[in-house]
Design a protein around this ligand. Structure first.
Ligand code: NAI
Length: 386
């Protein structure tokens, strides 16, 4: 991998590689920009097939945070830390390129033992993996402390509030520790969902529709964000079409939201609806699926929804489909973190998340005025702030 070329291409400020022999920590701290303030973005603990994949992920995520924080009007730059989750007892095998995704079961089990560790500190049956995991986060905390606040970390995929507590033992530059609003998963997801809901309302207004009453909205993914979004939409009178790969989640939604119907998760993007809200995985809008859309608005929480950004955004524009750029719409979580850092409580945070309406309107105005896609308009606005 040509690191400096990659950094130049993505406009990265700094990449810091951290290693701790005792715990086996391998982390890369990616600081994309501190132009607007300290870099803010979460800590991902994930398995990667190679060093290159881990570094690329860190760079891509850090850059995304710069744009998201900038366009959301936050006084923070963008950064991310990626810990390469090399299994404790199998470092060699993993190094040799065993592919594969994070073992959800293993993380869940580690988290459970870690939680037990907090409630029963005397428990002699502690898994050594857990204490080594804790050591990794403490070692990372020492690395962050050396950066003197240029980067502030928090929760992301594969990390828990207990991990953040370990970092906090070494540095103050961490959010989402136990007891914080951000450590309550539901609060961050709730704020993300609220922001998406506000964005859907704004997008409908853009198309001259003043109310969600009887408007069909297809929600892909009924996890933390998707489910909370359904709650907002249902309360506003929308007709829900829902899909998830976990049938129980669909059943729960059908029972809770009267009038909701289910769709095949693989084809919900093609549902006959006004709004399609991707709230599961990234990359759902491809050159093929974009041709199958029957909605007039795409507005959801998933990160990196467009598999080929220029191409797919261009096709939506050409087809008259209004695309609410993902990082504008799903900023509720980071807005919440940023305001909590300033000491704000839930009400003030919610008020600031509602500001996504104004940001999105600016994006739509810029796109219309310059005859560019809404994705390009969002980038242009973020870059002008930077
Ligand atoms: P989650 O993991 O709680 O929920 C994801 C849901 O999608 C699960 O119910 C899963 O079963 C379902 N799913 C997976 N593959 C699917 C498929 N092919 N079709 C239909 N459903 C499928 O995740 P969460 O927190 O709700 O996040 C959803 C999306 O929003 C993710 O892309 C995430 O990166 C993004 N996001 C979340 C934020 C948050 O505050 N949680 C903040 C910003 C972005």
């Amino acid at each position: 991998m040509q690191l400096w070329q990659e950094m130049e291409r993505e406009g990265m400020e700094e990449l810091i590689f951290c290693h701790d022999a005792d715990s086996g920590l391998r982390a890369v701290i990616a600081i994309h920009s501190t132009a607007l303030g300290p870099a803010l973005g979460g800590c991902r603990y994930w398995t990667y097939a190679s060093e290159e994949e881990a570094v690329r992920d860190a760079v891509k995520l850090a850059k995304g945070m710069t744009y998201k924080n900038a366009i959301s009007g936050l006084p923070y730059g963008g950064g991310k830390v990626v810990i390469w989750d090399v299994p404790f007892a199998k470092n060699v095998k993993q190094d040799q390129g065993s592919h594969g995704s994070q073992s959800v079961e293993r993380v869940a089990s580690e988290q459970k033992v870690a939680a037990d560790q907090v409630t029963h500190p005397q428990d002699k049956s502690l898994d050594t993996d857990v204490s080594r995991r804790a050591q990794r986060f403490r070692a990372l905390g020492r690395c962050l402390e050396r950066l003197n606040g240029r980067y502030v970390t928090g929760l992301d995929l594969g990390t828990t509030a207990i991990d953040m507590d370990q970092i906090r033992m070494e540095t103050a530059y961490v959010t989402d520790t136990t007891g914080s609003l951000g450590a309550q998963d539901d609060f961050t997801a709730e704020m993300t969902a609220y922001g998406v809901y506000i964005g859907i309302v704004t997008s409908l207004r853009q198309q001259g529709i003043a109310s969600l009453q009887s408007i069909p909205v297809a929600v892909q993914g009924l996890g933390k964000v998707g489910y909370a979004l359904c709650r907002y939409l249902h309360a506003a009178g929308a007709r829900l079409i829902v899909a998830d790969v976990v049938p129980e989640r669909v059943q729960r939604a059908l029972v809770q939201f009267s009038g909701a119907i289910s769709a095949d998760p693989a084809h919900i993007h093609a549902a006959d609806c006004k709004v399609f809200a991707p709230c599961a995985l990234g990359g759902v809008l491809t050159p093929a699926t974009v041709e199958e859309l029957r909605c007039s608005i795409v507005a959801g929480a998933a990160n990196n929804q467009l598999s080929e950004r220029q191409l797919v955004a261009g096709r939506m524009q050409a087809r008259g489909i209004l695309y609410a750029p993902d990082y504008v719409l799903n900023a509720g979580g980071i807005i919440s973190t940023a305001y909590e850092l300033e000491g704000a409580g839930p009400d003030l945070i919610r008020q600031n998340v509602a500001g996504i309406a104004g940001t999105l309107s600016k994006v739509y105005a810029e796109a219309a005025q310059s005859a560019i896609s809404t994705a390009d308009a969002a980038d242009r606005l973020a870059e002008s702030i930077l």
